[in-house]
Design a protein around this ligand. Structure first.
Ligand code: PLP
Length: 440
């Protein structure tokens, strides 16, 4: 008798504690469980199923491509690969650039680092990233990440990575007096970190422009100031858009919120690139970076680079975002979501901060005391009452993602408005039940 619990090694958990339902299907924002229940997916699984579950266009595209050609190596041409690259370059305004395809986010980031080091002529160049970031779980990914779960597992300095403090306006590590001030100070700190090493020693700054797995939402002042700081110093800027891309933050790519003042030298993609219907990541290189690599040997490759089935899913995903107006929908619904969360915060003092809402990505941060902002549990622990709330939510057919004291709301961009409204009403009731002392 097959047993997931007995035979599979699951990620990011203690094996003995693993206990999750089996999913057998889905439609829109809903997952269908083996026991016959339906669950509303409020995190798009790993913030990746932006198009919901079993989107018919994705299923049809993968099926059609499978019937034509399942695989050909990256050394050969493949029609959906070329088509997807052209569409990504067009969408991002990286005309004259190139796209390198990977299997997911972490290998996109690793390869972006390689390209930055090679194109800059700094083969051992340092990479500046930040604390409370997440860039993947390979050793290089963990070195790049400023994540408490990964930092203990790797010596980041051995990988040439330096971390700086994040633009965390609610708990500003730089003593910022406002969101704007906090963003500017965090960007200035990156400039100072480059200067401390000497710009000639730094190949790139690699950061998430907006939403992040660890609940940081960069203030508006941050990214353009960061771009200016890297440009001034001749250091490449790599935007990790693995989570923030494809409408999650209300734009195709989060940096586009700032127009040309936000344009990076490279960006990395995954997750929403195929709506997670097939594994795919990408590095999009500017014309300048691509030009520097044009006549050099490229020491990288993956057997499944630009897999035709995944690229066909990517082409279909881009068409679905566009034809269904999902980027604009996410922006509009994100604003409404944040407004609802503000109302929730007014009713429940355990909520210290709500942020995000530029698209369908928002964070609820819980505190023991709103005045002192004392965390409900020390980061990255999840408070028992929050764990109980999440379990009760599941009992009501709602799947919630948490990290530490945070609830991360990132539903599929296709979620029905009524479903989201019902979920938020249920969340309100659950807060009253699990944090009664703090409810009105
Ligand atoms: N970068 C960011 C911002 C992410 O959120 C993630 C995954 O959550 C990754 C990179 C790693 O992507 P993958 O798990 O596909 O390797």
């Amino acid at each position: 008798m097959p047993s997931e619990r007995r035979d599979v090694l699951h990620s990011w958990c203690v094996q003995a504690d693993w206990d999750a339902p089996t999913v057998v299907g889905g439609a829109g924002a809903w997952l269908h469980l083996a026991d016959g229940r339906r669950v509303l997916d409020l995190s798009s699984q790993a913030e990746c199923c932006n198009l919901g579950h079993q989107h018919p266009r994705l299923v049809a595209a993968i099926r059609a491509q499978a019937e034509r050609l399942c695989y050909v190596a990256n050394a050969w041409g493949a029609q959906p690969r070329a088509e997807l690259a052209a569409r990504l370059l067009e969408r991002s305004g990286f005309e004259g650039g190139r796209v390198f395809f990977t299997l997911g986010g972490v290998d996109a980031n690793e390869n972006a680092v390689k390209f930055a080091r090679q194109a800059s002529g700094k083969p051992r160049g340092l990479i500046v990233t930040r604390d409370r970031s997440y860039h993947g779980a390979s050793y290089m990914g963990m070195a790049l990440s400023g994540d408490s779960r990964t930092q203990s597992q790797v010596d980041a300095s051995a990988y040439g990575v330096r971390h700086v403090a994040p633009p965390y306006a609610y708990r500003c590590p730089f003593g910022g007096q406002s969101d704007e001030d906090s963003g500017l100070r965090a960007a200035a700190a990156v400039g100072q970190a480059i200067d401390a090493e000497g710009a000639a020693a730094v190949a790139a700054v690699l950061m998430e422009p907006d939403a992040g797995t660890n609940g940081i939402v960069a203030p508006d002042s941050y990214w353009p100031a960061l771009q200016a700081a890297t440009k001034e110093r001749g250091v490449y800027l790599i935007a990790d858009e693995v989570m923030s891309g494809f409408g999650r933050c209300g734009e195709w790519f989060a940096w586009q919120r700032y127009g040309e003042a936000g344009r990076p030298d490279m960006m990395t993609l995954a997750k929403g690139l195929t709506g997670a219907a097939a594994p795919l990541g990408a590095v999009v290189l500017s014309a300048d970076v691509a030009g520097r690599l044009e006549h050099e040997m490229l020491y990288t490759g993956l057997t499944y680079c630009g897999h035709p089935l995944s690229c066909a899913a990517g082409v279909a995903a881009l068409a679905a975002y566009e034809d269904e107006g999902l980027i604009a929908r996410s922006k509009a619904m994100g604003g409404e979501l944040l407004a609802e969360l503000e109302r929730l915060k007014a009713r429940h003092p355990v909520i210290g901060d709500v942020r995000g809402g530029r698209g369908l990505f928002a964070v609820i941060e819980l505190v023991a005391d709103r005045t002192t902002r004392e965390p409900l549990a020390p980061w990255p622990q999840t408070p028992p009452a929050l764990k109980a709330l999440v379990q009760a939510a599941m009992g009501e057919g709602l799947s919630l993602a948490t990290r530490g004291n945070l609830i991360i709301l990132a539903p599929p961009l296709v979620i029905e408005e009524d479903d989201l409204a019902a979920a938020l009403a249920a969340l309100d009731r659950l807060f009253s039940r699990f944090f009664p002392a703090s409810a009105e």
